[in-house]
Every structure is written in C-alpha cells, then in structure tokens.
Ligand binder design. Structure first.
Ligand SMILES: Cc1ncc(COP(=O)(O)O)c(C=O)c1O
Length: 395
C-alpha cells in the first residue's frame, strides 16, 4: 500500500537495518546467539549500582531529578579526566569532556557537526555497524580503509585517503575493534595520529573497549600523536551497564563549543540521574576490581570460543582478540555469511553476517562472533551447532 508520508531524503541514505532480525533472534530462547553485542548480564553489579542509587536519592535526590547543564555532571567529568591522566598520562581536563547518552550519541553528534552531504568520511573496513548507521543520516561519502591482518588500517591506503579525499574526519576503534577484535599496533597509532595532525584531519577514536584489555594494560591512544586533531569517545556501557546510557566525548575546546550547540538542540543534557549514580558508584565501589573480573571472564570466553573454532570449524580462520567482546571468522570459499546465518538459525545458533560492517560493499565471506553474552556451556553447545550449520553448507 502506498503510504501518504514523505520522509526526508536523508532517510533513504540509511543502510538497511539488520537490527529487527537480530532482535527477533535474541528473543527466541531456543537460539544461542553470538550475533548481538550485549555485555554479560551476570557481570552487571546490580547490588553496587542499587547502593549508589539509594545514596544519591537519599542525599541529593532533588538535584539528581532536576534539569541540569548540557556539559554533564562536573564531578563525573573530573573523574573521567583524572582517569585519562592516571591511566594514559595525557593532560585531559574536565572542560574538554562532555557527557553523552551513550557513546552512540557521539557518533550522531560528531557527524552532525562535521558532515555536509557528500563530504568524505573515512573509517575502518570492516568497521562498527552503528557508526555506519549514524553517519549515513548526514549523507557523507564513506570510504573504508581495509584493516591489516596485524590490526589497524593499512597505512598506505590510510595515507592515500587523507591526501586524495580530505575526509572531514577518520573514525577508528584502535582497541579491540568491533567487529574484528583486533587492535592497532603502537607504530600504527603513532603513524595514524601523526598523519592526521599533519593533514589537519580529526581522528575520531572510539574507545568503547580500551578498559577491556585482557592483560589490563592501557594502550597509548592515537590522540597522543594526533594532538588537537584527536577526538576520543568512551563509554560505561561495556564496563558497568549499558542501560545507564552514559558515555563521553573528549575533544579540544573549539570542537566542544560547536558540539555543545548540537547536544543542547538534541536533548538539553544527558540523563542527570544516571550520571550522579555512576559517579557515586565509581567513587564508593572498587571499579578496578570490577574490571578485573569482567576482563578475566571475557578472556576465558574468548579463549574457549577460539579453541572451539580451531577444533570444530578448522576451515574458518579467525582473529585472536586481546580484549573486547568480538572476533571475526572467515568462511571457506563459496560459502556466504547470509547462508551461514540461515543455516545457523535452523540449527539453533545465530552469528552476525559480515556484510553490514562493510560500508562500501563486500564482507559476505566473514562473520562476527560475540563472546561476552553467552556462558561457558552455551558457547560449547553453540559452537557445536555452528559446526553442524557450516557442515550442511560445504557438503
Ligand atoms: C564500537 C562501539 N562504539 C559505540 C557503541 C555504542 O555504545 P554506547 O552507546 O552504549 O556507549 C558500541 C556498542 O556496541 C560499539 O560497539
């Protein structure tokens, strides 16, 4: 039936969303899903967050429930700046930090302030699907730079992109990237940051997974070399609780001033109650001890999934993440990831097909696996099902 609504042209630029299918899959209890990207529910510190929430309500309830300023809760911004200084040795200041409703909002607002239609934007190939979705609404030309097998963008292609296309920014995930789980080697961080600074192209560094390094070691961010052309976002979603919808942007003050205009227009300010609860949680509970537990659980799941891939699906070469929540695996020649997705569902297991992670096409020969959501037994059973699904396609 013809609909009477005339939507804006920009909505036509949005890629076909795979999310409906994913939600259908994750609500079917008979299917073991490695397709989504949820942090482990078992590792959310409900008791600790409840204590923090009760404390905020008892002592500061009226302020927590009132309108607040666009920039975000100052003590939380100070806490974040202090962690950058201590963990990474970088001179972050609270004035350069803004709180957002999940780092996904940064993707929208950064694209909103930098992109005119047809402007070039660079990103990793494969890259984060949610970024492709957010950027697309501003109608840029998205250029993917292939990831090198050892991690990080292929530097020759990266450098060519900067000089030939002059992108308004390059978006990358140097730590345990979604979807591959790979990380940029330090030399690549240095080169990417230096090239961006010299070309005056902002490097937008999404650090959703930096705190989830299995070895607990902080890697130096690209921003260290990109300087005033370094923009970083972070999030408490993967480390504390995604339902709090709390992330942040760290950028030079000139960018922050423009960002504030977009943020104010979008939602006045981020959820103030969440910010106050998080700050109280961070200052009254042992965040580092919590992170140690999360990292070791994900490291164990990752190892188990890697070993089972080697053992049960030896034709699928795969990445070996040192952190984060995802890995990708390549399919034997002639097998498409959509076929594996469908065959998997009929065996009771879901994986994420590769195609949505390739902004400019391709990706049918690989798939993404999430190792944070399922427990040990589910991983074992799910991988057995996946092996049967693949066998049904290569017979
Ligand atoms: C790389 C990356 N960036 C950003 C996000 C958005 O997370 P949030 O908005 O919960 O901070 C995600 C979520 O999966 C992600 O994987």
């Amino acid at each position: 039936m013809h609909m009477p609504y005339q939507f804006a042209h920009r909505m036509e630029a949005a890629p076909e969303s795979f999310l409906d299918t994913l939600f259908a899959v994750s609500s079917d209890p008979s299917i073991i899903s490695f397709a989504g990207g949820l942090p482990s529910a078992a590792l959310i510190d409900v008791k600790g967050i409840a204590e923090a929430a009760a404390g905020v309500m008892a002592e500061d309830g009226k302020a927590a429930l009132q309108y607040a300023t666009c920039d975000g809760h100052l003590p939380l911004r100070e806490w974040i700046a202090d962690r950058y200084r201590r963990r990474l040795g970088l001179p972050a200041r609270a004035e350069e930090i803004r709180i957002v409703n999940g780092s996904q909002q940064c993707l929208d607002l950064v694209a909103k302030i930098f992109c005119n239609p047809s402007d070039a934007v660079g990103m990793e190939r494969p890259g984060y699907l949610g970024a492709v979705e957010a950027f697309s609404l501003y109608e840029p030309a998205i250029y993917g730079v292939p990831l090198a097998p050892e991690g990080g963008p292929e530097m020759e292609a990266f450098s060519r992109l900067l000089t030939e296309k002059s992108p308004v920014f390059f978006y990358g995930i140097p730590n345990f990237q979604n979807p591959s789980g790979t990380a940029y080697p330090e030399a690549v961080r240095k080169e990417a940051g230096t090239l961006c600074r010299e070309a005056k192209v902002p490097f937008y560094e999404d650090d959703a997974f930096g705190e989830l390094a299995f070895d607990g070691r902080a890697r130096p961010p690209v921003k260290r070399w990109a300087g005033e052309f370094g923009i970083m976002s972070g999030s408490f979603s993967k480390t504390i609780a995604p339902g709090m919808r709390c992330g942040w942007l760290w950028a030079p003050e000139e960018i922050i001033t423009t960002f504030d205009v977009a943020k104010q227009a979008a939602d006045l300010h981020s959820n103030h109650l969440s910010q106050m609860i998080l700050h109280r949680y961070l200052t009254t509970h042992d965040y580092d001890a919590h992170l140690t537990v999360v990292r070791s659980a994900y490291a164990k799941n990752c190892r188990l999934m890697s070993d089972l891939l080697d053992e049960r699906l030896p034709a699928c070469t795969h990445t070996r993440p040192g952190g984060g929540m995802f890995m990708t695996a390549a399919l034997p020649e002639g097998v498409s990831s959509m076929d594996l997705f469908r065959a998997g569902l009929s065996q009771g297991v879901a994986v994420m097909p590769g195609r949505p992670f390739f902004a400019d096409g391709g990706g049918d020969d690989c798939f993404r696996l999430n190792f944070s959501t399922a427990g040990e037994e589910e991983i074992k059973e799910g991988m057995a099902r996946l092996a049967r699904a693949l066998a049904s396609l290569v017979r």
